[in-house]
Design a protein around this ligand. Structure first.
Ligand code: HEC
Ligand code: HEC
Ligand code: HEC
Length: 354
């Protein structure tokens, strides 16, 4: 019995010391050139799959069949993911193929994962592999939009991809060699509808646009998509972009004839608020003649985008400029059923210059 204990103690002390000596000797290669042994490769990927499977057990996927989820995710995919994974518009470079492990062609591997598992991978990334986490951990809706896009990717041909990501139609029609993603790939007026979760920028207040761009750049307004879009821009170009969009006309949008009752309920809230719940009238701040020009214009904005922002404010994760706390306070008093009414009212209303 005594001898066994001694053996065990020696083992517990000697093994880690031996490990340290080998690590210190420099004999362990960290070079990626020779790849992993097949067994190591299999083991690491097995560990990754198990970890993702377990983490995804507590994740419930929302419905992902809304086509409006695809354009911002596809545009982001081209700038934020295709450099490693390739896309229908660009192959993987030799440099990326030499990574260890190499980023897989997602068309072939996506079908092996469930929605919840893809969500886990895209949100948190994969440690030790180069697969990055989503740029912000504050909100999940953007990650789910990416999952919706990944689901569609295996069946997407080049043309469909160019169209949904906004790469198509910016250059000469039918041009297959893709152009870089620009603001217009996502924000072009002609691509947006009332169901879009990408906002209309045309005719928005210039100080508000500038504040918003700075808020994204300084990570005061969490959005992985917009963080990447403004991440490489020089500070000096932001005022120029704000001016460019503010000067454009925001033509009134033909909104599908929504429930008249819903619009009426929205109007009531916008004009009078709801004193019983301490909800102020929206027009006491927004689009108020002589009001603060840094408060945004809401009229004529896409209904789906308005709803999404109200939900984010309500949940306290919208962020924004140094005025955003005002709106967080208002939204905290709104109820879920108010969002659709407010969105329907504002979307169908002609934008007025305050
Ligand atoms: C810097 C390179 C890099 C970027 C950028 C990148 N990935 Fe990855 N990704 C990887 C690598 C490497 C793996 C392999 C991880 C492994 O095998 O454990 C991976 C794995 C994945 C997987 C799991 C595939 C599988 O079966 O192994 C998915 C899904 C994925 N990435 C999606 C994305 C999305 C979506 C984006 C953009 C938001 C993205 N990746 C950006 C490098 C990258
Ligand atoms: C890949 C698609 C994509 C690209 C590219 C993109 N945007 Fe955006 N943009 C979005 C989405 C999605 C949102 C909404 C994000 C949120 O929820 O905060 C947004 C929001 C914005 C807002 C906030 C508007 C508001 O009403 O609050 C501004 C301003 C903006 N983008 C400007 C730009 C500019 C300028 C560029 C080019 C440098 C650009 N975007 C590139 C998708 C994109
Ligand atoms: C006390 C002033 C105030 C009131 C009242 C107010 N808001 Fe706001 N709201 C703001 C400010 C300020 C912002 C911009 C925050 C920022 O700069 O990041 C904002 C932003 C918004 C946005 C985001 C716009 C965009 O383009 O992303 C929406 C949507 C919105 N408000 C809707 C409403 C609605 C609907 C009501 C009425 C229920 C309302 N607001 C009442 C101050 C107010």
């Amino acid at each position: 019995m005594m001898i066994r204990w001694k053996h065990l103690i020696v083992l517990v002390i000697v093994l880690p010391v031996l490990g340290l000596v080998v690590a210190w000797s420099g004999l362990m290669s960290v070079g990626a050139s020779s790849g992993h042994w097949a067994a190591t490769d299999w083991f690491l990927h097995w560990v990754m799959r198990n970890s993702v499977r377990t983490a995804a057990l507590s994740v419930e996927a929302p419905p992902l069949d809304n086509p409006a989820l695809l354009p911002p995710a596809a545009g982001h995919f081209e700038t934020g993911c295709a450099i490693c994974h390739g896309s229908p518009a660009q192959g993987r470079s030799d440099a990326v193929r030499a990574m260890l492990p190499p980023p897989p062609d997602l068309k072939t591997v996506v079908p092996t994962w469930t929605d919840a598992q893809l969500f886990e991978i895209v949100k948190h990334g994969v440690r030790f592999t180069g697969m990055p986490a989503w740029p912000t951990q504050m909100r999940d809706d953007e990650v789910w939009a990416m999952v919706a896009f990944l689901r569609k990717l295996p069946e997407m041909d080049t043309n469909a991809y160019l169209q949904v990501s906004g790469l198509h139609g910016i250059g000469n029609a039918g041009e297959v060699s893709p152009l870089p993603i620009t603001c217009e790939s996502c924000h072009a007026e002609k691509r947006l509808t009332n169901d879009s979760i990408i906002p209309r920028l045309a005719g928005q207040s210039e100080p508000y646009l500038l504040n918003s761009l700075r808020a994204y750049a300084q990570r005061q307004r969490p959005s992985g998509v917009m963080e990447v879009a403004v991440g490489t821009l020089a500070d000096e170009s932001l005022p120029e972009l704000a001016r460019y969009y503010a000067k454009q006309a925001r033509p009134p949008r033909a909104v599908s004839p929504a429930d008249a009752q819903l619009i009426e309920k929205g109007r009531e809230l916008a004009e009078k608020g709801r004193p019983a719940d301490k909800v102020p009238a929206c027009f006491s701040c927004h689009e108020k003649p002589g009001g603060n020009p840094a408060y945004p214009r809401i009229s004529g904005q896409n209904a789906a985008y308005i709803m999404r922002q109200l939900r984010l404010f309500h949940a306290g994760v919208r962020g924004g400029s140094s005025f955003s706390h005002l709106m967080i306070e208002v939204a905290s008093k709104l109820k879920e059923e108010d969002f659709a009414a407010l969105a329907a009212f504002f979307a169908g209303r002609e934008s007025r210059v305050p």
